[in-house]
Design a protein. Structure first.
Length: 459
């Protein structure tokens, strides 16, 4: 909610209260107040456009004008009751979904640019869609250090804007009508910064069913510290993504009978994702030989990988079978399937939310113990204020009141901005050590946050 929205709601509330308690209907104070409200409505409409959240507000303003200047007679009490009820109704939409959410602002020293690449792997048939002629698409959004004087438009937050289908995952798309106004803190197609000849690369994988957009706060935050972050969308699994041919792909779940826990289904998805990762690395290697100013700025000898939920487990599994990946971070992810045998040490970091329910996370724990064993140890940190969804942007789509209730009643998305900042700090410290070769500062960084606890690693 921006300052104009807040001002309109405050003015509307004050005017309504004054009308309800004042014995004089039309006076200079109300004339000034209603005139200012009308002016603010005009500014809002022409500046930001039509918000569905304003519909009750417009109705309330009309009732206010009737209450102030109309001939009410015996209907005055009924109108005042209606005003009181409509005041509550007018506030409800703003208490649930924000028309233009605010993301976590990056704090690194670099400005951020972004580009989107929609690639087709002609060697792989698409296993998820029903079209037997489909080839596997992989969508990559690059977030990278940009020239400090880069100017231009911010990138669109979500693929498909403004022609979204009726629903995106479980959310009605009309809630996202103004998501094109979200500030992603990144300039589209900006020139890469020249502070370094080549930049370390971090592949970032979203959680199951999530679009890459829902990790924009993390991706931009990491990029601002001096990394090229390649954030992947996995088509037909992501909530929504645009393919190379312009088609919008949404989630398809072809669960198989005889797999009640969906373990086989999840392992298949993880395997598809691992193949996507290898394809992306091949692509950037092939393109780096051309004279393209973006791909020649990538240091292919310093590639790390990170991800959330299934994306974190996929990243670790991909590193187990891919020598070009030098370090991996699993953020709250559960592993499905086995791992190749290896005696090669690779740096591995597990960042997790609070895990205090005994017995609930057995598969999660077993999978991560297998990863620690695979990589001969690693780091493990718990963010005690976080839950599984805190690492995403999703809680930021909610208004503060709804976010508070979701966090403390449903335990969803607590302390998101705090979690984003802590997670980005840990990722920066880890990759600065493992990719850049600088002395490890990860414990020192963790100690700056009261909510981060280092946990022992036993395998």
């Amino acid at each position: 909610m921006n300052s104009l929205d807040i001002l309109i709601l405050v003015m509307l509330l004050i005017t309504t209260v004054y009308v309800l308690i004042s014995s004089k209907r039309a006076n200079s104070i109300l004339t000034i107040s209603t005139g200012l409200l009308a002016l603010l409505f005009v500014i809002q409409f022409f500046w930001k456009g039509f918000y569905w959240q304003y519909i009750p507000t417009y109705l309330q303003s009309c009732l206010l004008m009737i209450a102030i200047y109309g001939k009410l007679g015996s209907r005055r009490k009924l109108l005042h009751l209606s005003l009181g009820i409509l005041t509550v109704v007018a506030l409800v939409p703003w208490a649930i979904f924000l028309p233009v959410p605010g993301l976590t602002k990056p704090v690194g020293k670099y400005s951020v640019g972004t580009q989107i690449f929609r690639w087709v792997d002609s060697t792989r048939a698409e296993q998820i869609s029903e079209d037997p002629f489909d080839k596997r698409n992989v969508i990559v959004q690059a977030w990278y250090p940009a020239q400090g004087d880069a100017k231009g438009t911010h990138s669109l937050y979500l693929d498909g804007l403004p022609t979204l289908p009726p629903k995106v995952s479980i959310m009605p798309s009309f809630l996202m009508d103004h998501y094109d106004q979200i500030d992603t803190y990144a300039v589209t197609n900006a020139a890469p910064a020249k502070a370094r000849e080549k930049w370390p690369v971090v592949l970032f994988l979203p959680g199951y069913g999530a679009a890459r957009a829902f990790y924009t706060s993390l991706a931009v935050g990491i990029a601002s510290h001096g990394y090229v972050v390649l954030c992947l969308d996995h088509p037909y699994e992501a909530a929504i993504t645009q393919l190379a041919n312009g088609k919008l792909a949404t989630t398809i779940e072809n669960f198989q009978p005889g797999d009640p826990d969906r373990l086989g289904f999840m392992k298949d998805r993880l395997d598809i994702r691992v193949a996507d990762v290898k394809f992306v690395i091949n692509q950037i290697e092939n393109k780096s030989s051309n004279a393209d100013t973006f791909f020649t700025s990538l240091d292919l000898n310093r590639i790390g990988i990170a991800g959330h939920s299934l994306g974190g487990a996929t990243g670790a599994a991909a590193m187990a079978g891919e020598s070009r990946i030098k370090a991996a971070v699993n953020i709250d992810g559960t592993l499905y399937g086995g791992l190749p045998k290896s005696t090669v040490y690779r740096p591995f970091l597990l960042i997790e939310s609070k895990k205090d329910e005994v017995g609930r996370f057995e598969r999660y724990e077993a999978g991560n113990q297998a990863l620690f064993k695979q990589f001969h140890g690693g780091y493990r940190y718990e963010l005690e204020d976080a839950d599984h969804y805190s690492f995403t942007d999703v809680p930021l789509l909610l208004a503060p009141l709804a976010r508070l209730l979701a966090g403390y009643v449903l335990s969803i998305g607590q302390q998101s901005k705090k979690t984003h900042k802590a997670t980005v700090s840990l990722l920066d410290a880890f990759f600065d050590h493992t990719l850049n070769g600088n002395p490890s500062q990860i414990d020192a960084v963790a100690n700056r946050y009261e909510s981060i606890a280092r946990k022992s690693v036993a395998y």
